[in-house]
Design a binder for this molecule. Structure first.
Ligand code: HEC
Ligand code: HEC
Length: 288
């Protein structure tokens, strides 16, 4: 009976030892994984300078940072039909506006694309701030509407295609913190501004729509023209916003995306904690 108990005890002790050992190993692995996280976040930054990494990011060095393209004029008839069916009740057939909605003539394809492709338009209730919602039209239909409206009058930027590969993410980070973070917060989750206006989260928008927002200034957001942010700088900001949306988690665990420094710190805590437990366990065994 006693022997049996001892057997149980020692196998329990073994199990405990094993689990402490495992947690020590996991802790160390954590240290390396999170350490790796820090290192690769840094190389992620460095790679955009083009010096360190030869193959990954710097694929199209000759492409300009942003190319503005008009949607194909062959889409105009389709766009006209869609506009009459979905937009003209408020904006009028020739998009000149009405008592219910503003004039759209001369705004340019980028503005139309932004409002339609982020789902803000068509609007159901014209009294509230138009918010991003599931989009009603696919890419081609959206471009068709933009082609129709922008064909009615000249003006406004065309649709930006951003060369993210050639952009500099650390430049983007500092430009974002000076120009955007006051409203959208430094992590891009968005915030309430005065008078029932809010700056939305930036997590659901693609590169083109981010550049469009910067260049056209939707609603209460200021417009950033060429004099304020160059095309290269806009591309840098876009790259950084995309990074905010999808920071890599090389350690395999997301810590709420608080940033590489904090993650590294947590890694050290877990890693050292595990090491200390492990040392304690070895010490305990030596005494027996
Ligand atoms: C129910 C009425 C309504 C419908 C339908 C509607 N809109 Fe609007 N639209 C508005 C109102 C009101 C605003 C101003 C909203 C704001 O500033 O938040 C607006 C704003 C816009 C703007 C921004 C204008 C600017 O000055 O920046 C664009 C672009 C636009 N609409 C395009 C469209 C398109 C394209 C459609 C059809 C797919 C559409 N809208 C359908 C009411 C409507
Ligand atoms: C003064 C406050 C303010 C500043 C500064 C500002 N924004 Fe905005 N932003 C807004 C508001 C308000 C909206 C929502 C506009 C609307 O829907 O009426 C918005 C919308 C957006 C959207 C659309 C998001 C969506 O859900 O579709 C993007 C992208 C964006 N901003 C990016 C930026 C970037 C990048 C910068 C810096 C270059 C910036 N903003 C600076 C207030 C601001």
């Amino acid at each position: 009976m006693k022997a049996a108990l001892r057997g149980v005890k020692s196998s329990r002790a073994k199990a405990l030892g094993v689990s402490v050992f495992v947690s020590g190993v996991v802790g160390c692995a954590g240290l390396f994984a999170f350490g790796g996280g820090v290192a690769s976040a840094q190389s992620h930054y460095q790679s955009s300078s083009g010096k360190e990494v030869k193959s990954v990011t710097f694929t199209q060095p000759d492409r300009p940072p942003i190319v503005y393209q008009k949607p194909s004029s062959s889409l105009i008839p389709q766009g006209r039909t869609l506009f009459i069916e979905n937009c003209s009740t408020c904006h009028g057939i020739d998009a000149v506006g009405s008592s219910r909605a503003p004039n759209l003539q001369g705004l340019g394809a980028a503005t139309i694309d932004f409002w339609v492709y982020t789902g803000r338009m068509p609007l159901a209730d014209p009294t509230v701030q138009a918010i991003q919602k599931p989009r009603k039209f696919n890419r081609q239909q959206t471009l068709a509407i933009a082609a129709y409206v922008s064909s009615l009058a000249p003006g406004g930027p065309a649709i930006p295609s951003v060369n993210v590969a050639g952009a500099n993410i650390s430049q983007g980070e500092s430009l974002f913190s000076t120009n955007c973070a006051a409203c959208h917060t430094i992590t891009g989750v968005g915030d309430a501004l005065a008078n029932n206006v809010y700056a939305p989260s930036l997590y659901g928008v693609g590169a083109t729509q981010i550049a469009e927002a910067i260049r056209t200034g939707p609603g209460n957001m200021p417009r950033f023209g060429n004099g304020t942010l160059s095309n290269a700088q806009v591309a840098d900001v876009v790259k950084y916003v995309l990074y905010l949306q999808k920071p890599q988690d090389p350690g395999g665990i997301s810590l709420g995306h608080v940033g590489p420094v904090t993650e590294g710190f947590v890694g050290i805590l877990i890693g050292l904690g595990g090491l200390m437990l492990f040392g304690y366990w070895i010490g305990g065994r030596a005494q027996r």
